[in-house]
Write a protein that binds this ligand. Sequence first.
Ligand SMILES: Nc1ncnc2c1ncn2[C@@H]1O[C@H](COP(=O)(O)OP(=O)(O)O)[C@@H](O)[C@H]1O
Ligand SMILES: [Mg+2]
Length: 597
Amino acid sequence: MKNSSERPAPRSGLSILSGLIPFLAPYRQRIVFAALALLLAASTTLAIPYGFRQLIDLGFTTAGSEQAANVNVYFLALFGLACVLAVATAARFYLVSWLGERVTADIRAAVYAHVLRQSPEFFETTQTGEVLSRLTTDTTLIQTVVGTSISMALRNVLLLIGGLLMMFITSAKLSSIIIVMLIAVILPIIFMGRRVRKLSRASQDRIADASGLAGEMLNAIAVVQAFAHEAREALRFSAAVEHAFRTAIYRIRARSLLTVTAILLVFGAIVFVLWLGAHAVIEGRMSAGELGQFILYAAIVSGAIGALSEVLGDAQRAAGASERLLELLAERSPIASPAQPHTLALRAANGASLEIAHLNFQYPSRPDQPALSDLSISVAAGETVAIVGPSGAGKTTLFQLLLRFYDPQTGSIRLDGIDIRELDLQVLRNAIGIVPQDTVVFSANAMENIRYGRPEASDAEVIAAATLAAAHEFIERLPDGYQSFLGERGVRLSGGQRQRIAIARALLKNPPLLLLDEATSALDAESERLVQKALEAAMEGRTTLVIAHRLATVQRATRIIVMEQGRIVETGTHASLVAAGGLYASLAALQFSGNAS
Ligand SMILES: Nc1ncnc2c1ncn2[C@@H]1O[C@H](COP(=O)(O)OP(=O)(O)O)[C@@H](O)[C@H]1O
Ligand SMILES: [Mg+2]
């Protein structure tokens, strides 16, 4: 993909499909072969009526044994044409279908890879189910276009032009009449095609809505069932599906109207002209063979027009689908690696230093509510700093900025002296290990889940990380040990177990900067004690920021930063903060009295 930030200019109608050209370009050679096969098949089709005329006029009108010989030659020639037609048609079908499948696969992969790189801002406004629907149903439409419609269109345009030409050669007068009538017929067809495209886009959008809804609810199935909202959610989904159905019916109606108009008008015109031709033969102005030839060409031409109107409908649908897919591909993440990234060579052996200066940040979706205000923290390499504060203080937000999920509006973050905006995103994120507040476990076994932290790690390294995270024991007790499947989103584990898997994953990565977001919040007292020990070991030799609700977790930090409403309100050690009697002291008092009771 080009690295241009401007979006393509809005285009209309079928020209949208030109956005697919970059996906076709790599397969030029096949396209040329397909075009040749297509040309061959079309010219063979056009030669058949001529053969017929020869058969009728010469085969049946000359006398004696010469007649039998003529008939044999013409029948043989006709069969020969049929053979060429068969092979050329099959070759075209194979090549073009191959292209359709190939291009669809490429587009799916490109869109998915592109969506994976979008910043969280994109996912705040786009439902994952919608993206999935685009990837499956919209790409299928494109497959129809590339895999059949384009070649059908080309073939029928060739047949149309060739057929018209041959009609003119056969009878200029009859053809002129037909042409005038056809022009009158085609204009309304084109006009109706436009409407089909608009309705098609709407129809795909409604399907995407329904998928988005279903995706969200299936992910939250436990909540849906706990609130006994199954019937309600089923209703909501069927309403969305109904909406999609009604939109689809509008499109189908428009398309039926298109079909009936096209067939009636085209055939009406042809039947009328044939009637004229029949009279010409009766009056001896035309031979029977010529009329036969003319009829076949007229049939080819009308068939071509019928097929073209059908293809136009498909192409309009696909244009609607491509529009949204190309929009997705044109989506530029506001967070991107710089063109010339700085390298990150850690200076200290015990982690990276961190310099956070005057951060001001609002989430893009809440531009008038500051999430962080003039926040400055400086952390030396190897230091452990704890961050505490009431819920909503902005602690998780700070971690998101460190990972560069968002850029601050003002201020800067320096990792080992380098502004993180000057680092390659991958380099930056490889330097950070995070145990997030909401842990994510994939539908894979325990071994693979932990190995996600460093895909090239050996089994022994995975087990060592699990042991350090106090996860080894419970994993061993699972039915298949490390090979046990953990269920989609880790549904077969308790919250505390999931958290220990996440800790093991972060430890396996062995990063110079470790971010723990309430990493022990879901643990019971016993495993918390175990994990606490593990984390202390893990903090050795690296810089660590730890967000914690439980003050027991933070007492040992070299420094405690207290945040409230996006600001730092206090800094100090446990003892100095308790003595100061501020926010930390009141949080501590609440907790210790809670623990005592
Ligand atoms: N993606 C988001 N979009 C808009 N606002 C958000 C988003 N995430 C968090 N917030 C808001 O930012 C503030 C700080 O949230 P957060 O950093 O998660 O708090 P903490 O982790 O300290 O509990 C809260 O008011 C929260 O509602
Ligand atoms: Mg948080």
